[in-house]
Design a protein around this ligand. Structure first.
Ligand SMILES: O=C(O)[C@H](O)COP(=O)(O)O
Length: 234
């Protein structure tokens, strides 16, 4: 029998923290740690035509920090791409969780055509006219021989579909690349192609996928990277 107080009290509907919908897949997109510097006299080795540098020392430190950050998170699986900077970044977390990383080739970096092997960084650093056009038009394929935006978007989407189907209702960590994170978040939000370009090395972005649609829950979380000076906001 309800007390007099309970009987008279109207039901309250409180605001509560976000919870992913039933059946959704939470996808943590982690950009690999900083890779070795590009040098014109020593191009990166290629894997399937993609530059494949190893992690730089600061990238290995970022990998350890990602491992510490995610060590207590419930994760069903860890994914990497065929490029070693992702598996090297995933290694500390995989060790802590006792999970064997799986390879998802669809989430390898955009193919940069004739600018693979390290030349991309040089052209961007030198503000080459083609690099200027690439940023202005937000198209990878202004680089000679580079992957078309549409083909890249399709394979990233196919990769995410595969992972979401394999982990419905679950949560996964995907160690991937700056271009892939930009593409996945642009597709999730309907933004310009390059609106999310520039995720930091070792950063964590977060998507929740359900029924083929993604919601953006976080972009470029670097709170675990121990930056001694807070990044400027302007
Ligand atoms: O800086 C680079 O070498 C390219 O932008 C590749 O980006 P990634 O290191 O995130 O794959």
């Amino acid at each position: 029998m309800p007390s007099v107080d309970e009987r008279d009290e109207p039901t309250e509907y409180r605001q509560t923290p976000y919870k992913a919908p039933d059946g959704a897949t939470e996808v943590l997109l982690i950009r690999h740690g900083a890779s070795a510097p590009a040098r014109p006299d020593r191009p990166f080795p290629l894997v399937d035509g993609h530059g494949d540098p190893e992690l730089a020392p600061e990238g290995r430190d970022q990998a350890e920090r990602v491992g510490e950050r995610l060590a207590d998170e419930p994760l069903d699986a860890i994914y990497v791409t065929p490029l070693r900077r992702t598996s090297q970044t995933a290694a500390p977390l995989a060790r802590r969780l006792g999970l064997e990383p799986r390879v998802e080739p669809g989430l390898r970096e955009v193919h940069l055509g004739e600018w693979e092997g390290g030349l991309f960084r040089k052209m961007v650093a030198e503000n080459d006219p083609v690099a200027q056009r690439m940023f202005a038009e937000e198209r990878w394929d202004v680089i000679p021989g580079a992957e078309k935006n549409e083909a890249f978007a399709a394979r990233v989407e196919e990769g995410l579909v595969r992972l979401a189907a394999a982990h419905a209702g679950g949560r996964i960590a995907v160690f991937t690349h700056g271009g892939v994170i930009a593409q996945a978040l642009a597709a999730a939000t309907g933004s310009r192609p390059f609106a999310f370009l520039g995720a930091d090395n070792g950063s964590i972005s977060r998507l929740v996928r359900l029924g083929g649609l993604s919601s953006l829950r976080g972009f470029n979380d670097v709170s675990h990277l121990g930056w001694s000076v807070p990044a400027p906001l302007t």
